[in-house]
Design a protein around this ligand. Structure first.
Ligand code: HMG
Ligand code: MG
Length: 305
């Protein structure tokens, strides 16, 4: 299969990245991050979650963040919603695109959203109906598609079934999440092969975490297999509160460097993206998780001196 000419980056740093941070992060800092990311040319930003604040306290201020961000035309500002209650809160905050999330393993589903996979899909039904009434687009996620922290190996045909259910209930796209970053390029190709028998490749996205350092290889494999939408997190922020030891998503800067090198257009400006990542890392007092950002910043310092 030929490589695509363009790819779409779904920036999940403000949500998937920050949800895992224990320290308080002000609404102003979150707003700044979202505005920096849209200024860098990202066309899709997952801004926050409307989940239980007891489960993920860091996302509690998501409505305020939505109220204060600068909404640029043409940019999608999305929120994660696990149920109708979350959807209604998102709608009240003016959100026009949401994401629902299921898991490919029963144990992870229980730990993450406190119900079985089938029950989670049932819970989405009233949410999907409400979204259709309000013309809100819904994206679907499946976690643990290449392995589960509690159950180990995951059957690709089970992922395919869940993906088909999410599309069947009205999701326009399903993002396949290697939540714990264990998958290899070979696993990725087998997964896409299985899932694409049930859902067209144009409706699939890749969501790779970089725990084992395989995310870029997996993205390259997915590109060769006809996938052109990838979730990533600026500065490699994040992890998952219910997947201990999982590192952040693959860094957006690193994915952009890969795509630029392949001549695949994303519309994202590398310098501005690196600045956005550096600013939030300074707020968090953390090292930048993007190797490309670290290399570019080191080179800039050398040429300054
Ligand atoms: P539960 O305890 O089973 O729910 O949690 P419940 O319906 O029994 O409600 C319990 C309490 O939560 C009640 O409040 C509800 O009102 C409240 P109380 O009476 O105790 O005061 N509640 C809510 N509050 C705010 N917003 C809501 C909401 N729903 C209920 N939407 C629930 C079930 C799904 C709510 C909970 O398990 C939850 O919020 N989980 C969120 C977990 C989460 O956000 N995980 C991280 C995101 S997933 C991820 O990162 C993976 C991904 O990136 C893909 C990948 O990496 O592979 C997407
Ligand atoms: Mg994730």
């Amino acid at each position: 299969m030929q490589l695509p000419k363009t790819a779409r980056l779904v920036e999940v740093g403000p949500r998937d990245g920050l949800q895992n941070e224990q320290q308080p992060i002000s609404v102003a800092d979150k707003v700044q991050l979202v505005n920096d990311l849209s200024a860098a040319g990202l066309g899709y930003i997952e801004v926050g979650s409307f989940v239980s604040p007891k489960w993920v306290p860091q996302m509690a201020g998501s409505a305020e963040v939505f109220a204060q961000i600068e909404q640029r035309p043409g940019v999608t500002y999305a929120a994660l919603t696990p149920n109708l209650k979350g959807f209604e809160a998102a709608l009240g905050a003016g959100v026009r695109e949401v994401a629902v999330f299921a898991a490919a393993s029963e144990a992870f589903s229980k730990r993450n959203i406190n119900c079985s996979i089938d029950d989670s899909l049932l819970r989405f039904e009233p949410l999907m109906a409400a979204a259709a009434r309000h013309s809100v687009r819904v994206r679907g996620y499946i976690s643990c598609v290449l392995g589960c922290p509690y159950e180990g190996a995951v059957d690709p045909s089970r992922v395919a079934e869940i993906a088909a259910e999410l599309i069947g209930m009205g999701c326009y796209e399903v993002s396949l999440g290697d939540t714990i970053g264990v998958g290899t390029a070979g696993d990725t190709r087998r997964l896409i092969d299985a899932v694409s028998k049930r859902v067209p490749r144009e409706q699939l996205a890749g969501h790779f975490h970089d725990t084992y350092g395989q995310a870029l290889a997996n993205i390259h494999a997915a590109l060769l297999d006809g996938i052109a939408v990838f979730d990533s997190s600026v500065a490699g922020l994040g992890g998952c509160p219910y997947a201990r030891g999982a590192t952040g998503n693959v860094a957006t800067e690193d994915v952009l460097y890969l795509l630029n090198g392949l001549g695949i257009d994303t519309g994202v400006d590398m310098q501005r993206l690196v600045s956005a990542g550096e600013r939030i890392c300074q707020v968090l007092g953390k090292d930048n998780g993007s190797r490309v950002a670290r290399a570019m910043l080191a080179r800039a310092m050398t040429s300054d001196g």
